[in-house]
Design a protein around this ligand. Structure first.
Ligand SMILES: Cc1cc2nc3c(=O)[nH]c(=O)nc-3n(C[C@H](O)[C@H](O)[C@H](O)COP(=O)(O)OP(=O)(O)OC[C@H]3O[C@@H](n4cnc5c(N)ncnc54)[C@H](O)[C@@H]3O)c2cc1C
Length: 428
């Protein structure tokens, strides 16, 4: 199917692109989405949606589906590799937010968004099998965009008033706006990921983190409301191990679908037991393990130009610290729709207003995620108590404990009163 002319064209039907389509439609702005994948399937493993993003998706009318599909996270707890508790705090509703935090399968979330787009905007709103290639000339207020129909191998063009590059880590829109940027930047951490059905662990509804990025770290949380209703847990796990970065190279492609090997990850977690969770047994029970390098890109001094901008990972890929990748893409989408509506009919002014709100805020997060502020003290715990401990107060001084607390609060960006108190970003 050809992508016909539209007011706004969104390149990429990921979490950000689809949320942008729903938000623009809600604001009364015509929108089409193009996506190279021919048939979108629920790919990926778990992600976390922070209360900020859940608020936006709830205002888009998706609250009930999120509640039925994901798991409302009750707490986040950091353990040492033996399962001794170092630090923890409630999350979502339990922390006082008016909106929950959800742990959810990325693919399931994408399908919720896709179904909503097709239902509200029509079956033709998302044109699959079609990739953005480049922008051609601007004619008055219209930008001519060259697309490729991948099945036919043919290029065609459409005329739009604005183009949004929501085309992920390897964004072609970004590459056209910022040529010569090169590949993503790897920090030496390899991440293995997987999901496996298990008995509920650690009290259920817990995002559990063990170890540190100085060496090996594990993140585990349940992601399925359906499994929970059966008295089971679909556990999402991410195992991160740091390696030396040689010649700026990478440990394999940053491809979300790349398979990983159990034998590569298992040695680093031999004997790990976090409360009632036998970590090597969880890895071994995982049908498909995926591997991905921890990458980001330098924040850009500007995102877009004229009637073109970027959104989500295309604009600000970041390390998955603090559950921000998907959530920030959702926030971008909502601010974008609001900025275009407020500045209507001047699309260029709307795009610049969006960038004004979102570019610096997300750049700060990219840089903050690099610094991993809690890690130094977690490494101190591992060095002082290699065989574990009874009370963390016996391992860290009161000053170190409050430093750790501050580091966590900074990383997890707790701002309950601000979110609860501010007005809606919805328009229309
Ligand atoms: C297949 C897949 C699996 C993922 N799995 C995980 C996971 O398990 N855990 C995790 O934390 N994050 C995962 N992510 C990344 C996560 O979705 C993002 O970090 C976050 O949600 C921000 O979303 P986004 O919409 O900006 O980018 P993405 O979700 O990456 O979406 C970008 C979209 O743009 C499309 N696209 C690419 N090139 C073009 C082009 N030339 N023209 C038009 N469209 C284009 C892509 O096919 C994709 O659908 C995954 C991403 C993908 C694409």
């Amino acid at each position: 199917m050809n992508a016909a002319n539209a007011d706004v064209l969104v390149a990429g039907a990921g979490i950000g692109g689809l949320t942008a389509a729903l938000s623009l439609h809600a604001a009364g702005i015509g929108v089409r989405v193009i996506e190279p994948v021919q048939v979108l399937r629920p790919v990926g493993v778990g992600i976390n949606l922070l209360p900020h993003a859940v608020r936006e998706l709830t205002e888009l009318g998706l609250g009930e589906q999120l509640a039925a599909t994901g798991v409302a996270t009750a707490r986040m707890v950091h353990y040492d590799r033996h399962g001794n508790r170092i630090w923890g705090e409630p999350r979502g509703h339990a922390l006082g937010y008016h909106w929950p935090q959800y742990s959810i399968h990325r693919g399931a979330l994408q399908m919720i968004l896709l179904d909503a787009v097709r239902e509200r905007l029509g079956e033709r709103a998302v044109v699959t099998g079609t990739a953005f290639v480049r922008c051609a000339e601007t004619e008055g207020q219209l930008l001519r965009v060259i697309l490729r129909d991948l099945a036919r191998g043919r290029e065609h063009s459409v005329r739009v008033r604005a183009l949004i590059g929501a085309d992920g880590l390897y964004s072609t829109v970004r590459a056209r706006l910022h040529p010569g940027e090169g590949p993503p930047l790897w920090n030496g951490i390899r991440m293995w990921r997987g999901v496996a059905e298990w008995d509920p662990v650690l009290g259920g509804r817990t995002v559990a983190i063990a170890g540190s990025n100085a060496h090996a770290k594990l993140v585990v949380y349940p992601i399925s409301g359906e499994a929970e209703r059966r008295g089971r847990a679909l556990l999402n796990w991410v195992a991160e191990v740091r390696f030396p970065v040689e010649h700026g190279g990478m440990s394999g492609a940053a491809d979300w679908n790349r398979s990983g090997r159990l034998s590569d990850v298992l040695p680093y977690f031999a004997g790990w037991r976090i409360g009632d969770l036998d970590v090597p047994a969880l890895f071994a029970a995982t049908r498909r393990i995926l591997e991905y390098p921890m990458v980001d890109r330098e924040p850009l001094p500007r995102w877009g130009r004229g009637p073109v901008t970027l959104l989500g990972d295309a604009a600000h890929p970041m390390y998955p610290v603090g559950s921000n990748g998907g959530s920030q893409a959702v926030l971008d989408a909502r601010v974008l729709a609001r900025s275009l509506a407020v500045n209507d009919p001047d699309r260029v002014a709307g795009l610049r207003a969006y960038e004004e709100v979102r570019r610096e805020a997300t750049a700060e997060l990219v840089l903050a995620n690099r610094s991993m502020p809690a890690d130094r003290l977690l490494q101190v715990v591992a060095e002082r108590a290699p065989e574990g401990f009874e009370r963390v107060e016996d391992v860290l001084t009161p000053e170190e404990l409050s430093e750790l607390d501050a580091a966590y609060r900074w990383t997890t960006g707790t701002d309950v009163a601000e979110l609860n108190g501010r007005g809606s970003w919805g328009v229309g």
